[in-house]
Design a protein around this ligand. Structure first.
Ligand code: GSH
Length: 282
């Protein structure tokens, strides 16, 4: 066979392999796992054991909420995305709920043992409004700077370790470059933040973090002695910024200039993750 024909066949084979792998990973087929009725199943990415329970802040926020509300839950690490194509999601008595915030709303509204816990219920109306603004800023803006670091920046070895450890070169490289990285580049470009220079992206993160650091001040949690949902997301993000190696530019600012955010994350860790070594370090 001519060399060019063999190369073309080889490349086609690789592309088909990538396509099939992604279809499997993104599959939305229903699962059939058996658990006792009334158990919440948290579907999330597998534990990375890189210093945090999850490198996905939305997954870590939802797990932290489940712990704050004292739910009995089980984790499922099968890499199947939600009906909306994202992680995390939950399954409860045969119902699938996509999106961490909709999961939490569902768990607050649903009747059942341990249900109905709104971790924001102790906040005043004004505090609830500020908490909402902080949460949305962190989820829709600051979080993108973490994705940027992971997929387009210096942290790109992290997703390779977490998601592609079972693949060897060149498939590992191809899957990252033409799957994960391409997807992230497209998403971040669509969001807008991906159009900026790295210095600008991390400058945006710093402004967000400084704002939250000012709101936190000397308090234990954002609004006093009791944590709320915005605390859970702040913890999910900051723990990734400061504990995962290589430490991100966002983490370096926190560790040197915004020490109250570091202290806040350690407080959340102590309050809700007595098993931290087991779930974060492996
Ligand atoms: N608003 C969603 C965000 C979830 C999200 O962005 N998850 C990321 C992982 S950190 C994801 O599944 N990305 C896969 C993709 O976009 O294809 C939530 O809070 O559940």
């Amino acid at each position: 066979m001519k060399l060019w024909l063999r190369s073309a066949a080889c490349i086609t084979g690789i592309l088909i392999g990538i396509f099939i792998t992604f279809k499997l990973v993104r599959s939305k087929r229903k699962r059939t796992r058996k658990v006792p009725p009334g158990t919440v199943i948290l579907h999330q990415f597998k534990r990375p054991y890189l210093g945090v329970p999850s490198v996905s802040p939305p997954c870590l926020k939802l797990e932290t909420y489940l712990r704050m509300a004292k739910f009995h839950y089980e984790c499922d690490y099968v890499p199947k995305m939600s009906s909306k194509g994202k992680m995390p999601w939950i399954e409860y008595n045969g119902q699938d709920i996509a999106d961490s915030n909709f999961c939490i709303e569902f768990l607050i509204k649903e009747n059942g043992p341990g249900f109905g816990i709104d971790v924001d219920s102790h906040l005043s109306d004004e505090q609830k409004a500020i908490a909402r603004a902080v949460l949305v800023m962190l989820e829709e803006n600051t979080f993108r700077t973490w994705s940027y670091f992971l997929f387009l920046g210096e942290g790109n070895e992290i997703p390779k370790k977490v998601f592609l450890e079972n693949f060897s070169f060149p498939l590992r490289y191809l899957l990252f470059r033409f799957g994960f990285q391409r997807n992230a580049r497209r998403n971040l470009h669509g969001h807008g933040i991906g159009r900026h220079f790295p210095k600008e992206v991390y400058g945006i993160a710093e402004k967000d973090l400084r704002a939250v650091s000012t709101i936190l001040g000397e308090k234990k949690f954002l609004f006093g002695d009791k944590a709320c949902l915005a605390d859970a997301y702040l913890f999910a993000l900051v723990s990734n910024f400061i504990f995962v190696k290589p430490v991100s530019p966002q983490g370096k600012v926190i560790l040197t200039q915004l020490k109250n955010l570091e202290a806040h994350t350690n407080r959340m860790k102590e309050a809700y993750y007595p098993d931290w070594d087991e779930v974060a370090l492996g």
